[in-house]
Design a binder for this molecule. Structure first.
Ligand SMILES: Cc1cc2nc3c(=O)[nH]c(=O)nc-3n(C[C@H](O)[C@H](O)[C@H](O)COP(=O)(O)OP(=O)(O)OC[C@H]3O[C@@H](n4cnc5c(N)ncnc54)[C@H](O)[C@@H]3O)c2cc1C
Length: 354
């Protein structure tokens, strides 16, 4: 399920990033991406997995995925790599802010960006939703609202007790004059990752800590990013006094899939309790996401975890189709897998099982 969703999303992301780079001046490149596997026997295992994928896909997948040995990985990346790697020829990197600007530019006059406002509450107003700020002032009224506020999204619907958590991450950067090694030509990932130089800096990362609300950029996180960088490239910087970084949170669901689609009816969210295992309300079945009744006009696109840039284009297409009733761009089982109603269904099935 994860592999199919990630592949579908990555292909849509590549198309969106190409538009951002070609038409909207976004910094980035689609020259491929390497994911190293340092485990013993990795090369043979990866080739077997690729053969299985070829058989299942009944065709050539080499424009999407290849297995390369350490020598070829080194040639592609321009740095000496000691291990084989998955090579994604259509992978790459992009400035996330510039990708967001590109999406807005593509929407043209159909989208208006308003920043610097916090939605504190949602209020039903006939068949529309009012968006209210902390002072109780009306910010906006809309017939469809998408909760896309990452870790804050579920607060607006009463913080249901769904298995979604905030995972802190810090990435680091160094000026290129502190880097004695060759510069990577494509992103290289393994236990950490390093990007090709951006604005005279080498960007690498990233840490992952659950239950950590410290917004400071920490020296200890820089140190663990530097260790990952050394394992990945076999090179250490000549000095680290100018090291910089950034901290943010990834909102992640326990099952490592996003929440994308129409929200379940608010009275089913249960505020921490599983919906009753007894007869379902209003004659609906609740044990399968697709039968769960929805709250009219309320949608979500959240829990994008550590793949929000990769998932954004496909998630937006699923949402647009859900809101307008258009054809969905994914198979039904994948729609169920990312449907926010899956947590209602799982709670019902668990309660029934005992
Ligand atoms: C260190 C690090 C490295 C990462 N690397 C990658 C990577 O290589 N590839 C990748 O695909 N992903 C990566 N990610 C993950 C990616 O950044 C996230 O998945 C993505 O940003 C999630 O997008 P989002 O719009 O859901 O949330 P966010 O980017 O967090 O944006 C949410 C926005 O909603 C606003 N908001 C929240 N609540 C409200 C409210 N009540 N009213 C108004 N506005 C509100 C916030 O101010 C914010 O602007 C990384 C994340 C981290 C932390």
């Amino acid at each position: 399920m994860h592999a199919r969703f990630n592949r579908a999303a990555a292909l849509q992301a590549a198309a969106a990033v190409a538009v951002a780079i070609e038409h909207h001046d976004a910094a980035g490149a689609l020259s491929g991406l390497l994911r190293i596997d340092a485990a013993p026997g990795a090369f043979e295992r990866m080739q077997e997995a690729l053969d299985a994928l070829r058989a299942a896909s009944a065709g050539d997948v080499s424009d999407y995925l290849r297995v390369v040995d350490a020598g070829e990985a080194s040639r592609i990346s321009g740095i000496a790599l000691a291990h084989p790697a998955w090579f994604y020829p259509r992978g790459g990197w992009v400035d996330p802010g510039a990708l967001a600007q590109s999406f807005l530019a593509r929407a043209g006059s159909r989208a208006t960006l308003r920043t610097g406002r916090t939605v504190d509450a949602l209020r039903r107003s006939g068949d529309r939703w009012d968006l209210i700020d902390a002072a109780g002032a009306l910010l906006e009224t809309a017939d469809a609202v998408v909760l896309a506020g990452a870790g804050d999204a579920l607060r607006l619907v009463g913080s249901p007790d769904w298995p979604v958590e905030a995972v802190r991450g810090q990435l680091s950067w160094l000026a290129l004059d502190a880097w004695p090694g060759a510069q990577p030509q494509v992103p290289v990932a393994g236990s950490g990752y390093v990007l090709p130089p951006v604005d005279g800096r080498l960007i690498f990362g990233a840490t992952t800590t659950v239950g950590d609300s410290d917004a400071r950029v920490r020296a200890s996180d820089h140190a663990s990013n530097l260790r990952r960088l050394a394992v990945l490239t076999g090179v250490e910087p000549t000095r680290v006094d100018g090291i910089g970084g950034r901290t943010a949170w990834r909102s992640s669901a326990e099952d490592r899939l996003p929440l994308v689609g129409a929200l379940p009816a608010l009275d089913l969210l249960g505020r921490g309790k599983a919906p009753e295992a007894g007869p379902p309300p209003r004659g609906h079945r609740l044990d399968q996401p697709r039968f769960v009744p929805r709250e009219p006009g309320l949608f979500i696109c959240s829990a994008l975890g550590s793949r929000g840039i990769t998932w954004s284009a496909l998630a937006a297409q699923v949402l647009a189709a859900t809101i307008t009733g258009g054809p969905l761009p994914l198979e039904a089982d994948l729609i169920d897998a990312i449907d926010p109603a899956r947590f209602v269904s799982r709670a019902v099935r668990r309660a029934r099982a005992g």
